[in-house]
Design a protein around this ligand. Sequence first.
Ligand SMILES: Cc1cc2nc3c(=O)[nH]c(=O)nc-3n(C[C@H](O)[C@H](O)[C@H](O)COP(=O)(O)O)c2cc1C
Length: 191
Amino acid sequence: MIFNDLTALIKRRKTTYASDFTDEVISKEIIERIVANALWAPTHKLTQPWRFIVLGGNHKQELGCFMAEYYRKKYTEEEFSNERYEETKTYTENATLLGLVFQPSQRAQLPEWEEIAAISSAVQNMWLSCTALNIGSYWDTSEATMKYTERIALKENEKFLGIFLMGYPKENIQLGNRRRKPLSKKLTWEN
Ligand SMILES: Cc1cc2nc3c(=O)[nH]c(=O)nc-3n(C[C@H](O)[C@H](O)[C@H](O)COP(=O)(O)O)c2cc1C
């Protein structure tokens, strides 16, 4: 039964965009429960190469405005309309923003890909936890967001791997049905 429940949860997890979040605030206790589950991800040599920052204060307003300006500069008016610009300005207002900070271990000297694989598992733990709590979420690594994170001071060997956006979803939103390729294309058996 646990396997079936887990499979259902994995399939229910979906990228849910901030424009689909209500203004209901996620409590500190719930955020802590979600991040606590991240900490249980596997890591080679137990490096735990991460830390997370809740970006409060003005960040919710500023990130949306930054995105709007960024894409206005990057795209033509046709590609990024004025309507889109105005919508983008308030895009992150309802989102809880969790900065994903990569902290590769200096002690363990692992290949970077192993450490990134580990933090990715931590993000998946949070994504699934959000799904179980009926919270919408997604991992944002867009150009504008990555650029925005440059303004937040980190320690010397740290780097941002994007922002994890969370929020309570509006009712009856259309979630993308991003289909997966069949198992037969992705699993082979070699003797
Ligand atoms: C490392 C990583 C970075 C991602 N960055 C973005 C992003 O910047 N913008 C975005 O819209 N989705 C982003 N996504 C979400 C993917 O687009 C999404 O997971 C994929 O389309 C499958 O959809 P699903 O999550 O609903 O199953 C990212 C996912 C991963 C794993």
